[in-house]
Design a protein around this ligand. Structure first.
Ligand code: PEP
Ligand code: MG
Length: 887
């Protein structure tokens, strides 16, 4: 097996199709080299080697040593320098690179190949001793940090002291001699902390770095990242070894990161940052404030330091040509790292850029409109779940806000929550159901779990491409970074904002609002407004609607939810849970009277009070949904849910209903169930107390007739019976509904079309779907209950242990979130087949939570359901997922 793949100097052993083998970075370096872009020569050690490394107890086979020697020779041949040569040394960078970018892993070691001898050679060749010694001290510091994992604070400290000794502020003020002394101190520090001297043999340096990259694959934070992002542990990482180019060789050198389009907004404008006379990580680390790439961006930000376009017009022009070429080649927005060494441009990385949902949408639509990709490709490009970010409210521009300070708008969206100062607290608070804003001086990969748990992220340091900004954008969390007025004391759980006499204090638990679109940080919770759903969103949705086969409905029961659902494009109501209406206002009293009644007559008297209220609800809903199908489910939950639970409540209810507290308590005790999920609920209520369903059916039909008269357009009620297990149950309930319909139509002197159907949410119903279909004009799969009853896992208690099940790979994902296709899915598929066997035109839908989950929707497409129904905010997600499933 070949483990080493070369690139550069006209050679490319791989290309962009080889991501699994070479990792994303390695594959794209090879690709760039093969299309003639200026890439420093190098080689990639494949991910297969990583796997083998672990299989063989963290050791390298001898054959690898030979192959790596060949790789080094390749670089030497092109550069004319030799690795370890004291006169003209070759220096390399070593970087990790998995199939997908993983911020949890070891990133980069630069300047590898420097030692006490080669540093002198470098000083000679570069004609710049200061540069050589600065490179050496950077190398020791980086190597000590990422390879040897020594306390980097000690090195920072030594650097600070060196500067203070001279009264300097900037690293750049240190002279060659200062740096030489610092190198001596650094080497002593390594020996003190590591117990061995800093490796002088360049080959030892290289193998140490390679082992560190492979080792970082199994580091704790990499594992956390993989778990959060569903990345399999057996993929492994590749290692990229590449000739160094220097952005810190004076004023004609620079280094930068860029996106070919704006990753926050998607605007078609180059976007990025660069630093003159700086090396790689300086830009990301936020130590010096980077400069803008384009003049337009600089002017928009009202910034002084010259943009790259102004400072280095020629190289900038070349860079712009490379951007355009890369976008046309990859047909996607690219995220790029580059270095300029003494006026010559070098490309160090390209990859598809991470972007916000807003940017993803805009870029996909723009590229399709420009003919760079097809409309179908545009549909496939946007992650449906990411739309969530766009559909949620933003800060009400009219609302008063107490602005504490302003940082960089690093990841859009608004979030409010309690302040926490560390990732573990964020995770704990979120587990308790609190919304939190994670506030850090800067974030690092160790904070990922806290960033995930937080509603928003705020940092005092770091630019638009800092760790916090990049990770937050990827996760879709609003983020404000680089809010320099914050001084954070995480240990004391407090921060100060501002300086002088006007500073203010914010403590853990105080409420903060951040706006990741403007950078504003506000004290207290600021009210929000609904998002704009036009423009690119509307365009992509239109394309999606044209290709999808599945209809998309909403689960909604209030007129407001119904309106939201329609705005989001719902084509009907898939589930109106009528019980939610029973709790509103004065109705709960009538509901309780109904439950407490001793006789049918007593129940009917209470139901008569509810009838006009239910009818009014349905009228409102039908008016919003006019002409569209509306599935209305008859009462489902166990009756005890409507009774009071606390002493004070009992007294209130007694006063309101005129029933004694004693009697109330007796009835509550009678209604108590050991397992209410499997108790007296669903159609079992209708079987025992048909008058309840009769009242509801009457309310539905009366409302339908009223709306038909008013609007001239009849709604299409689909009356749904819950928790059916047998044909006979449905037959009885259908008779109740049909009788109510006949009575209402006779009174009203006209008829409207309606359907009667059932939920399939019990395994027996799925098994007997063939004969149930004889009574049902439609099935709606209630996958919440069907999951709980098929798995024998209570949906209310599952959260306590399901995460362990997912961690151990028993279920790939939480089966209450994403359909257990193998198990529950088989029941659904079978029920659909059997139902169609009896009634070929039976309407089939799904209304459990899964109706809004893209993977579950894909399954619904494969078995040919007619529609999915999701909560209003997930309707657009479902529309896009349904389109992707149909492609
Ligand atoms: C279901 O069980 O999937 C369903 C939609 O009903 P509910 O969640 O109301 O039980
Ligand atoms: Mg149910």
């Amino acid at each position: 097996t070949q483990y080493v793949f070369r690139f550069g100097g006209g050679v490319s052993d791989g290309g962009k199709g080889d991501k699994n083998l070479l990792g994303g970075k390695g594959a794209n370096l090879a690709e760039m080299a093969s299309i003639g872009l200026p890439v420093p020569p190098g080689f990639t050690i494949s991910t297969e080697m990583c796997t083998r490394y672990y299989e063989e107890g963290e050791a390298f086979p001898d054959s690898l040593r030979t192959e790596v020697a060949g790789g080094i020779a390749h670089i030497e041949g092109i550069t004319g320098k030799a690795f370890g040569d004291a006169a003209d040394p070759l220096l390399v960078s070593v970087r990790s690179g998995a199939r997908v970018s993983m911020p949890g892993m070891m990133d980069t070691v630069l300047n590898l190949g420097l030692n006490d001898a080669t540093v002198e050679g470098l000083a000679q060749v570069a004609g710049d001793p200061r540069f050589a010694w600065d490179s050496y001290r950077r190398f020791i510091q980086m190597y000590a940090d990422v390879v040897l994992e020594l306390d980097h604070g000690r090195f920072e400290e030594a650097l600070e002291i060196a500067k203070e000794d001279q009264g300097f502020y900037l690293d750049t003020e240190l002279t060659a001699d200062d740096l030489k002394k610092l190198v001596v101190e650094y080497k002593a520090l390594v020996e003190e902390l590591w117990g061995k001297p800093f490796p002088q043999d360049v080959h030892d340096q290289l193998w140490g770095a390679v082992a560190a990259v492979f080792g970082s694959w199994q580091a704790e934070r990499a594992k956390v990242y993989r778990r959060l992002n569903d990345i399999p542990g057996d993929w492994g990482t590749a290692v990229n070894v590449q000739a160094m180019v220097f952005g810190n060789m004076g004023e004609t050198s620079a280094t930068g990161v860029a996106f070919t389009r704006d990753p926050s907004t998607g605007a078609n404008a180059y976007y990025g940052e660069f630093l003159i006379n700086a090396q790689g990580e300086d830009v990301v680390a936020g130590i010096r404030t980077p400069q803008y790439l384009t003049r337009a961006a600089r002017e928009a930000a009202n910034a002084k330091p010259a943009s790259m376009e102004e400072a280095m017009p020629e190289v900038y022009g070349e860079l712009a040509r490379v951007f355009d070429l890369l976008e046309r080649h990859y047909r996607d927005m690219q995220d790029i790292e580059f270095t300029v060494e003494r006026g010559k441009l070098w490309m160090l990385q390209t990859r598809s850029g991470k972007r916000t949902a807003k940017a993803a949408l805009k870029i996909a639509v723009d590229m399709a409109n420009d003919g760079l990709i097809t409309q179908q490709q545009a549909i496939a490009r946007v992650d449906p779940s990411a739309l969530d970010q766009l559909l949620h409210p933003t800060l009400d521009p009219e609302a008063p806000r107490d602005v504490l300070t302003k940082g960089l708008p690093a990841s859009p969206g608004a979030a409010s929550g309690k302040v926490v100062f560390d990732a573990d607290s964020a995770e704990r608070a979120a587990a308790n159901g609190d919304s939190v804003i994670l506030v850090r001086t800067e974030t690092s990969p160790e904070d990922i779990h806290g960033m995930h748990a937080a509603k928003g992220i705020l940092t005092a340091r770091g630019g638009m491409t800092s760790h916090a900004a990049v990770v937050a954008r990827g996760m879709g969390r609003p983020c404000v970074s680089g809010a320099g007025a914050l001084s954070i004391k995480a240990a004391d759980k407090v921060m100060r904002v501002g300086a002088g006499d006007s500073w203010r204090e914010v403590r853990e638990g105080d409420i903060l609002t951040i706006d990741g679109s403007t950078g504003e940080v506000m004290l207290g919770a600021v009210p929000t407004v609904q998002p704009e759903l036009s423009g690119d969103f509307a365009a992509l949705m239109k394309w999606a609607d044209a290709v999808r086969r599945l209809r998309v409905r909403a689960n909604a029961e209030t007129p407001a939810d119904c309106r939201t659902a329609r705005e989001f494009g719902a084509e009907g109501i898939g589930l109106c849970r009528t019980e939610h209406m029973f709790f509103e206002g004065s109705r709960i009293t009538a509901v309780r009277e109904m439950i407490l009644a001793d006789s049918e007559a007593g129940r009917r008297a209470a139901l008569a009070k509810l009838l006009p209220e239910q009818r009014a609800d349905f009228v409102e809903i039908f008016e919003v949904m006019v002409g569209l199908p509306c599935t209305i489910r008859l009462l489902d939950p166990p009756l005890h849910e409507f009774l009071p639970h606390q002493e004070a409540e009992f007294e209130d209810v007694a006063a309101a209903t005129g029933i004694t507290v004693d009697k109330l308590k007796r009835r509550a005790a009678e209604l108590h169930e050991f397992n209410p999920m499997l108790g007296h609920r669903g159609c079992r209520l209708g079987v025992t107390y048909p008058e309840i369903y009769e009242m509801q059916a009457r309310a539905i039909f009366e409302a339908a007739c009223i709306v038909a008269d008013r609007s001239g357009k009849a709604p299409v009620p689909e009356v749904m019976v819950p928790l059916v297990a047998t044909r006979r149950e449905l037959e009885l309930m259908k008779a109740v509904v049909d009788r109510a319909a006949a009575a209402v139509f006779a009174e009203h002197g006209s008829t409207i079309d309606y359907l009667v159907g059932t939920m399939i949410e019990l395994p027996r119903a799925a098994l007997r779907a063939g004969d149930i279909a004889d009574q049902a004009e439609f099935f709606s799969f209630g996958t919440n209950d069907l999951t709980q009853t098929t798995l024998g896992v209570s949906r209310d208690d599952a959260a306590r242990f399901l995460s362990v099940y997912v961690e151990k790979g028993i279920y790939a994902r939480d089966p209450f979130v994403s359909l257990d296709v193998e198990g529950v899915g088989e029941l659904i598929e079978m029920a659909a087949e059997r139902g169609r066997g009896t009634r070929p035109d039976i309407k089939l839908g799904i209304c459990g939570e899964h109706g809004g989950d893209p993977a579950s929707i894909a399954f619904c497409e494969t078995i040919g359901l007619d529609y999915v129904s999701a909560s209003p905010y997930r309707v657009p997600i479902a529309r896009l997922a349904a389109a992707q499933a149909a492609l």
